[in-house]
Structure formats: C-alpha cells, structure tokens
Design a protein around this ligand. Structure first.
Ligand SMILES: [Zn+2]
Length: 263
C-alpha cells in the first residue's frame, strides 16, 4: 500500500478539507475519499505537515467531522511533535548525497553555489563543528534559498539521468524522458508513455537510494505494477533494493524538512 501511494498509483475519488478546533487551535484536515476504504483512517503526514482523513467513498461529511472531532487531541499532539524544518540559509546543516554540508552564505564571492572540502582546515580551527564539507552560496541573502534549490535540482538531474541511462541499458530500451518534481507523496513515477519523474530531494539521500529509485522507475517501463515480475526486475537492476527501501521508510520523510520556507 505504501509503495502504491509512493508511486501515486492509489486511486482517489475526490478530496476536500474540514477544520476543527482544539484547545484554541484550528486544525485543518484534508479529506480523501477512497473507493476501497472500509473505515475512517487518520494520519499526520510528516512531509506535508498536515493531517489527512481517509474515508469510505459513501461516508457523509457529518460522520467525517464527528470522527475528526473525537480525535482532535491526537491530531494536535502529532502535529506539534513534527520535527522543525530547516530552511536553506546561512548556518544550516543540509545533506548532499548523504553527506552533511554546512551552508555558508558568501555575499561577496563570485559564482553561484559550490561545495568545499574543509577537512584540511581542522588544524586552523576554521571548519564548522563536526561537518567536513561546506556548501557555499554567493549573491544576496534573499537569493540563497532559490540558489540552493537550483543547485540541488541541477545535481539531482545529473545523477538521475546517469542512473536511468545505466539501468535502461540493462533493460534494453530507453525512457522517453527524465523530469524533476517536488511532490511530497512520491519519490518517483513512471507514466504509461514511459516518462520518468523524480523528486529532486533524492540528491540529499545517500547515492544508493537515488540509484535504487532510478532502477525502480526504470523497472516500471517494463512492468507498470508492483507484481512479482516487477520486483524481480527491480532487484536485478539494483542489488540494494531492500536496503534502499529500508532507508526510505526510516529516513525518507526527513528529506522534506529541508528547504521549507519559514511561515
Ligand atoms: Zn513503483
């Protein structure tokens, strides 16, 4: 089920939202009518930082509201426990290909964004605590966020195009195209016409995770489902399939806390 949702293959039949009050807070809960749902299911989404109520297609709005009101305290508690977001700005520690980088704004410098290895600077006491690499960003402060996102997208595209072409060579035919998205509900997708799309945030994950996602979507070029045949092919393309799936369930959602604008 999780896998289906990650690929966006789950069927939804319309959505809307309701608001309920709890202890002076207004909670917004998205409603998702699911044709196969037998009961109400609430979940707080880490990445989207919101609450979603999945409900049977025929359930009434009044029932949805009653259910939500009964669980308002639970929703509020879960939302308040979400980890803080980490905006792309000077001083932030952000991962790139699984390695922590200290983000350093250098307003006077030439260029846009580049990484520096500061392991050799330990002795002179010029390196940030516990971080071996610096991601330098030139230009005005108000452009730091945009520049870092652009940099990550550029690097993600390069890594993903390389990984996709490596896997499609094994498969024997190419993808129609490789694109980037910033969806919170899926890491990758494959259309019936053979277009692959990926979240640029994968460039923050360790390389074996990005490589696995590329293999996963390339395997969908042949099997547009999650059948046994599909998983056999995915594992043939990527030996790290199970390890990467485990990494994504344990850490994947954390990639969404980076570069979120402060509200
Ligand atoms: Zn899939």
């Amino acid at each position: 089920m999780l896998r289906l949702q990650r690929d966006g293959l789950a069927k939804t039949a319309g959505s809307s939202a309701i608001t309920v009050s709890h202890a002076g807070e207004t909670l917004v809960v998205s409603l998702r009518r699911l044709s196969g749902a037998r009961r109400f299911t609430l979940r707080v989404r880490f990445a989207a930082r919101d609450a979603v109520l999945t409900m049977p297609a025929r359930a009434s709005l009044r029932e949805a509201r009653e259910f939500t009101e009964r669980h308002a305290a639970w929703i509020a508690a879960r939302l308040n426990r979400l980890p803080a977001t980490i905006p792309f700005r000077h001083g932030a520690i952000v991962p790139m290909r699984g390695v922590d980088h200290a983000l350093e704004h250098r307003p006077g410098a030439r260029g846009t964004v580049w990484a520096e290895d500061c392991r050799g600077l330990r002795d002179v006491g010029d390196a940030p605590d516990g971080v071996d690499f610096v991601l330098c960003v030139a230009g005005a402060a108000e452009h730091v966020h945009r520049r870092v996102v652009d940099h990550f997208k550029r690097e993600a595209r390069r890594d993903l195009e390389q990984a996709v072409s490596r896997h499609t060579r094994v498969l024997g035919f190419p993808a129609r195209s490789v694109g980037l998205r910033d969806t919170v509900s899926r890491w990758g997708s494959c259309s019936a016409s053979g277009s692959l799309n990926f979240s640029w945030r994968l460039v923050m994950a360790p390389p074996f995770v990005l490589d696995y996602l590329a293999a996963h979507e390339v395997a969908h070029l042949k099997h547009l489902d999650h059948s046994e045949r599909f998983w056999t092919l995915a594992r043939r393309l990527c030996a790290d399939t199970d390890r990467a799936e485990a990494w994504l369930s344990a850490h994947g959602a954390h990639l969404h806390k980076y570069g979120v604008a402060e509200s």
